[in-house]
Ligand binder design. Structure first.
Ligand SMILES: *Cc1c(COP(=O)(O)O)cnc(C)c1O
Length: 375
């Protein structure tokens, strides 16, 4: 057993060094929380209510929610949420609330939307229409307008991306609200899939329109991506009034059944709370600045090599024509439609990028990657 565990640990650490293709931060040190692995924590029930089960971290969970409620400009005391198993569950929850509010609603989402959204829509048995995306991954507003126009009799459930998985594109809520206004749609629900960029979007400059003060109904973010955690987790935030519609009292736990899972990870809120308390908004902002610096560096260097790399404004994801399989495998690069990406999460360093660039230089540029650049 010792040998197996040692091998496993060695392999994970070694793979970790070259992990620049998936949005998972590794600049964390949770060793101070090790003693909490000796306790069977379970955050079953609603984080805002006392239940019969006392081995929980609801207070920390509420602090995590408070932090992002502030960042997302929610009305004080009028929001609700919980720490989920990840962005997928957070999206499921937002769509579930939307369906309960508008059972006859039509879901609209761009074709660049994460696969979890289509699966969730299927699970919830909701009618939906995929909208074309633009080249950069942002939703095509003309196609959205034309499509809603044909379905004007139905409430609109709009799924907005704040950071698409492949290109970190952000859908423009202002333009979408303008479309709803033009079509005189009064019944709508707006859910933000911020699994990738939602955790830092508030510190982007210019700041995108995507929060509660901008009129959205729910926001999903992942905890293990930008914030960083040894296990997957996420956050969903919504308006309290939406949650009240679905709350149901359960005598077995003397609490309200307002979450998707019953038993819930009690360590996740503790870990997220630990990082957010240590960093605060200023620390999060600094990490974003670092990530952006790395992304700009990588973009510039790739273009100097003649590779047709690009990125969305402010994004920490750099997109380029898929390199050889050897490089994609070594650096764990996700590839879709002939394009690969590097996501400059906060742990990514010049040293790591230089090693990656050296590999890219060692392999001849293919025809599709050639481009006349003037940097
Ligand atoms: C990662 C991601 C998800 C899914 O989140 P998980 O935490 O992996 O469940 C959903 N949407 C987008 C845009 C993502 O990047």
């Amino acid at each position: 057993m010792d040998a197996m565990l040692n091998n496993l640990l060695r392999r994970l650490h070694s793979e970790s060094k070259n992990s620049i293709g998936y949005p998972v931060s590794r600049d964390f040190d949770y060793s101070a929380l090790a003693p909490f692995l000796e306790v069977a924590i379970n955050n079953i029930g609603d984080p805002f209510l006392e239940g019969t089960y006392h081995l929980e971290t609801h207070a920390m969970e509420r602090e995590v929610l408070d932090f992002y409620a502030r960042v997302f400009r929610a009305e004080p005391n009028q929001y609700w949420g919980y720490v989920t198993n990840g962005g997928s569950e957070s999206n499921l929850y937002g769509l579930y609330l939307a369906r309960e509010l508008y059972p006859k609603g039509m879901v609209y989402y761009s074709e660049s939307t994460h696969y979890s959204v289509q699966k969730n829509i299927h699970l919830l048995n909701m009618p939906s229409i995929a909208i074309r995306s633009q080249e950069n991954g942002e939703i095509d507003y003309d196609d959205l307008y034309q499509t809603i126009l044909l379905n004007r009799q139905q409430p609109v459930i709009m799924l907005i991306n704040v950071g698409t998985t492949m290109t970190e594109a952000i859908d423009d809520l202002n333009r979408i609200r303008e479309i709803l206004r033009k079509l005189a749609i009064h019944h709508f629900y707006i859910h933000v899939d911020g699994a990738l960029a939602g955790a830092y979007a508030a510190w982007l400059d210019p700041k995108p329109t995507f929060d509660f003060a901008d009129g959205v109904d729910s926001i999903a973010i992942s905890g293990h991506k930008f914030i960083g955690s040894p296990f997957p987790c996420g956050v969903v935030l919504t308006k309290k009034q939406h949650r009240d519609r679905i709350a149901r009292s359960i005598s077995y736990i003397n609490n309200l059944d307002t979450t998707i899972s019953g038993s819930r990870n009690g360590h996740a809120p503790l870990f997220l709370w630990y990082t957010l308390s240590q960093l605060g908004e200023a620390g999060m902002q600094q990490r974003l600045k670092h990530s952006q610096r790395m992304a700009t560096y990588l973009l510039t260097q790739l273009r100097l090599m003649g590779i047709q790399a690009w990125k969305n404004e402010g994004a920490i994801t750099v997109v380029f024509p898929a390199p050889s399989n050897i490089i994609r495998d070594k650096w764990q690069l996700a590839t879709d439609n002939g394009q690969s990406h590097v996501i400059c999460m906060p742990h990514v360093s010049y040293k790591q990028l230089d090693a990656f660039l050296a590999d890219m230089k060692a392999v001849p540029v293919t025809k599709s990657q050639e481009v006349a650049v003037s940097v």
